[in-house]
Design a protein around this ligand. Sequence first.
Ligand code: BGC
Length: 262
Amino acid sequence: MLILGIDIGGSGIKGAPVDTESGQLTAERIRVKTPEVSDPAAVTEAVGTVAEHFEWSGPIGVGFPGVVRRGEIGTAANLDKSWRGNNAAEAFARRTSCPVAVVNDADAAGLAEARFGAGKGVPGVVILVTLGTGIGTAVICDGIVVPNTELGHLYNNQGVDWELIAAEAARTREDLKWAEWGKRVNAYLQDLCMFMNPDLIILGGGASRKFDKFSDKIDCGVPVLPAELRNQAGIIGAALYAETHAPMPRLHQTASFPGAVR
Ligand code: BGC
């Protein structure tokens, strides 16, 4: 099935049509900047711009950087706080006139990596960790995602939210060397493993492309692999989610019956 996948991030909103059978993008993705004031009106408009670029009229899946329950936003750590309590799926559907499903961005990436990437066929518990503006997590057990886990906001032993010190954004903000940042990521992964005991960790987000720059600092007792779909995982996974969750229009079938029909 052909579905438009859109990934809303703290700095960019990316989208491309996805063939959900193969997990491939069928056109070059576009990226628009996340609006400075990232409130519902501005982000909805940007999502509309991405859909218009592809002259889209089919189903759309959107990955959102916060807790999402049945289209409604619960948290938005790196977007405008006014998102809380808003129904994003309804707003995007109104703007695009398309059926829309919205899912947490890390859960979307986890779905994609489990189906087509580094987690494909891996039994047991796989945790995908996205390192970008924030830290997102997807917990996957035998291919099924437990949604909205938010393990990037665990506190370290100083009581500091790990996202603030180990996200990719912390590396650039503090101008850290890869090795220095890699040690922080490893300390975070050690905490994560202590609580979750996964069988495999997949690192996604922008930093997954640079894994070789800090992989020698990673030693947390379980295998750690970079995401295979790189930063397209969010787009692909959002489309996969919509395949089963977007409100698809019903096809009305008519048949003739040889007699009176009431
Ligand atoms: C949010 C998560 C999101 C992650 C990555 C965090 O700040 O709380 O919901 O998945 O950033 O965007």
